[in-house]
Design a protein around this ligand. Structure first.
Ligand code: PMT
Length: 345
């Protein structure tokens, strides 16, 4: 079994080319990890946002995975506040730590401002909240605690994850992986991807060629047949296994499990924990993810963490939505929270 997985991983990285900015990202990550290791800091890689699956090399159409990036961006703030150095590997244009309070909102950031004596100032009613965020942001900048990297496609995500994980390997248990990104399970391999936009009419659908104009060796994974678009995706190897066994055998690994059927959540989280043998699976349901999560770990079994009813409307009505587990966990000071925020010192 292990051999099959190794082969699937090896084949993936052999057959699907690295992103153009991978070298630049690894240079930044190497410097960042080295500096914080010298200072004795714990380093966490937070992944956030959804990966896409392009259907064409010159991508017009793609399949997306649900995630606004709220969990990742909010959690990153808590890690920073707890002294971690954070590598924030996120989907381009999804929420970012700190700026998330003022972006992706129906209100423009300009609505937080007003003009006073010919100068722009923050409106009185937002002063207190913005000052709090600004102070945290400046403390983070002072210590250069945050490195922001981005991905769009599943390929960019996996290449960056592998490179950064391997760079973090020497940190041992001072490395943590907090995998909140929503990762595609199916994709179009490079050798089945057409170069140009898939045509909606068969009359024009001479699109079975790669960038060099050569006909693909295998049938394209996405093509028009008659008036239908047929998409035939292949499985993405589960890289959690590789992360746990090879890329970062001594790191602390926290994965997420997203489900929509409540009866599946704990079962699937437990299954994931047994299969990959990492430290913690945080399960959440699409509809309730902002106020309840379940922690599943070998040490403590199943444990639900809920934001109290009276804080839900206030905390989750707008930009103030939060990590869910983190704030509630803080109040309870439970041991799972210490796994997330305080381990490895
Ligand atoms: O960003 P928000 O809007 O706040 O939403 C947050 C969230 C719901 C996206 C987040 O809390 C969450 O649940 N993220 C994980 C979503 C996900 O990919 O779930 P999954 O059940 O498909 O995968 C489970 C685990 O397997 C993940 O840790 C993933 O990293 C891993 N995986 C997935 C696919 C794959 N090919 N290889 C993997 O290793």
């Amino acid at each position: 079994m292990a051999t099959t997985l190794d082969a699937a991983e090896r084949d993936y990285f052999t057959n699907n080319p690295p992103p153009k900015d991978l070298k630049a990202n690894t240079t930044l990550a190497r410097e960042f990890i080295g500096r914080h290791a010298d200072e004795g800091r714990r380093v966490v890689l937070v992944t956030s946002g959804g990966t896409t699956v392009p259907l064409e090399t010159q991508t017009v159409r793609y399949i997306d995975n649900f995630s606004a990036g709220t969990r990742g961006a909010t959690s990153a703030e808590y890690f920073l506040e707890n002294g971690y150095a954070v590598i924030f590997l996120h989907r381009q244009f999804s929420l970012l730590p700190y700026s998330r309070h003022y972006s992706h909102n129906t209100r423009s950031f300009l609505d937080f401002m007003k003009e006073e004596h010919g100068r722009v100032v923050v409106d009185e009613q937002h002063q207190e909240a913005m000052l709090r965020v600004l102070r945290q942001y400046e403390a983070m900048k002072r210590d250069n605690q945050l490195l922001i990297l981005s991905f769009v496609t599943i390929g960019e995500y996996l290449w960056n994850l592998r490179e950064v994980a391997q760079l973090m390997q020497p940190l041992g248990p001072k490395a943590m992986f907090y995998l909140a990104a929503a990762v595609s399970d199916f994709f179009v391999p490079q050798d089945r991807m057409v170069e140009h936009k898939i045509q909606s009419s068969e009359e024009f659908s001479a699109t079975n060629s790669d960038a060099k104009g050569n006909t693909l060796a295998r049938p394209p994974a996405a093509r028009t047949e008659g008036r239908s678009l047929v998409i035939d995706l292949e499985p993405v190897p589960k890289f959690l296994k590789q992360l746990v066994d090879t890329w970062s055998p001594d790191g602390i690994i926290v994965s997420f499990k997203l489900e929509t059927d409540p009866s599946m959540l704990v079962k699937k989280a437990q299954y994931s924990l047994n299969k990959y043998a990492h430290h913690l699976v945080i399960g959440n349901l699409l509809l309730t993810r902002k106020w309840e999560v379940v922690f599943v770990s070998a040490l403590e079994g199943e444990k639900w963490i809920r934001v109290p009813q009276n804080r839900r409307t206030k905390s989750f009505s707008g930009v103030e939505s939060m990590v869910g587990a983190a704030d509630a966990g803080r109040e309870k000071q439970d041991s799972h929270h210490s796994i997330i925020a305080d381990q490895g010192a």
